[in-house]
Structure formats: C-alpha cells, structure tokens
Design a protein around this ligand. Sequence first.
Ligand code: GLU
Length: 315
Amino acid sequence: MKQTVGRFAPTPSGRIHLGNLLCALVAWLSVRSQQGKMILRIEDLDIARCRKEYAEKLQEELLWFGLDWDEGGNKGGSHTPYEQSQCSDLYKQALEHLEKKGLLYPCFCSRAQLHAANAPHLSDGSYHYNGKCLSLTPSQRQELEKQKHPAIRVHVPDEVVEFTDLHYGHQQENLWQETGDFLLCRGDGIFAYQLAVVVDDLRMGVTQVVRGRDLLSSTPCQIWLAKQLDSSVYPEYGHIPLLLDSDGNRLSKRDGALSLDHLRQVYTPEQILGRLAFAANLIPKPEAISAKELVGEFCWSKLPKEDILLPKELF
Ligand code: GLU
C-alpha cells in the first residue's frame, strides 16, 4: 500500500497558538498511526506579514512537544524549497499552464469594490466573487492596466465538486455559485494561498491534508484546481473542529494566558498535550501523555464534529 504523506503547513505571521498545536497534533497522529511520512512546509507567501523568527520558533515549539517531521523546515529533503516564499518560479509555471488553457483573467476590482458588491464567503473570510471583470473587453483591460496592476483570477465552471472528508463526511460545493472565480495572484504580485497550496501538495506527493474546518470550503476549489493542473490524483482531506476559548472565541496569535510562552513556563509538554487531547476527546482524562503515547489512542471518530470549547479550569 502507498505510504501516507501528511503535512503541517503553518503561516509564520505570528506565534502559533493552541489551535495550531491541535491541528499539528492531529495531522501528526494521523500520519504516525499509519507509519506515514510528515512534511513541514512554511507558508510564508505574504512576505510583509511573515517572519523568519516565527518560522524558527514554531519548529522549536513543535519539537518541544515531540511533533517531529521527516522532511521540510530546517531539515530539508528531496522536495525543496519547503518555504513558499522561495517557490515563485513554480507558481509562475502553474499560472502559465492555466493561462494556456484560457482559464485566467485580470481583475481590477479594489478591496472596497469587492466588499461592497460581493457576499462574504462562509468561514474563511474570503468573498464570493461576482465575476465583474470577466466580461471586460480587451480594450477595456488595456485601458485599466494603465492605472493599475491587476490581480489574476481563475474562471470556474458552474459545476459541483464532491469529496468525502475524513471527518465531516460527504461534501459538495458548486464552484461558480458558491465560490466564484477565485484569486490566484494578488495585484501586488503575491501568489494566492489556493494556488500555492495546490502546487505544493502535488509536487510534494502529499496524500493526506489535515487542517482546521475553516478551510473546508476551500477544498473543492483546490481539488478542481489540481485537476486543471493535470493531476489525476489529489490528497484525501480531513478537517478538524476549531478550538475556542472559554468565551467561545477563536484563538488568535495574540499573547495571553493561553499563549504557548505562558503555558510552557507552567506545564510540561506532556501536561499540555494531555489537556489538549482531553479537550479534543482523544483521551478520557486530562492526564499527562506524550505525543508518542497518544498515537495508540488516536482515532478520527473520537474527535467531535462541533468546535471545541476549552474550559477555563483546564489551563
Ligand atoms: N497556511 C495555512 C494556515 O496557517 C494552512 C493551509 C493548509 O493547511 O492548507 O492557516
């Protein structure tokens, strides 16, 4: 049987928090319970927001918890580069491929126009794009290009993409109606997450993607895009519930009582993992346990479907 290849793909735009840790933990447990290979990819596309120090720090933190990887990060491997900021040529090639298929068009809409005219999209903060710039004539495009460097969108069909999520089961989305033509490159030349993640998952031979359920609605776009890049295979996807603080808010990269810096001063790695695994229903009591010991306890069906509220008294 083919070896499972998983990945953890953090964005080093701040310090990781317990939610990121849970995601790394489940991705790692899923891979390790299948004797698979783990890749660490640094998603530092947005060079203005990302910092090398954060990328270094998160690697030190993952290793402190015993969440190791076989390729990527500071370890290297046969699929370099493992930092998206170093992959521009690969993303450019993918864009050229899509351009030849006639799937791309320039978009001149400003952020304000997008906010005003397009419905907010589901949970990942993106927008359903109404296709405004699709109908521009070549001369209108030329005129607009004098004023502004356009973003690049890919034109999606009015078609339903289906897949079976490892955790949330059958999913389907009509690309044109629910997502709209999505961005592959921003006006400032920064490649979009959707393009980079697909190119990298394919070239690194990733067979299993585990990540937060906020990205569930991006998955049909990514499966469709992989097909447009002529891939007949794409990974299986497992999305996990989000971790919420005791007030029901999503954790953020800000510091606070739940920051890893604070928790690491107070608890051992096993104590933190044990409490987190308990909150995620992987073990029956919040007892100290190592990442390795958790492998034997892991099973997708133990994870809840609804988001996980961290009780105040847990940490
Ligand atoms: N880089 C993304 C993040 O940190 C994760 C992308 C993915 O797992 O597909 O949220």
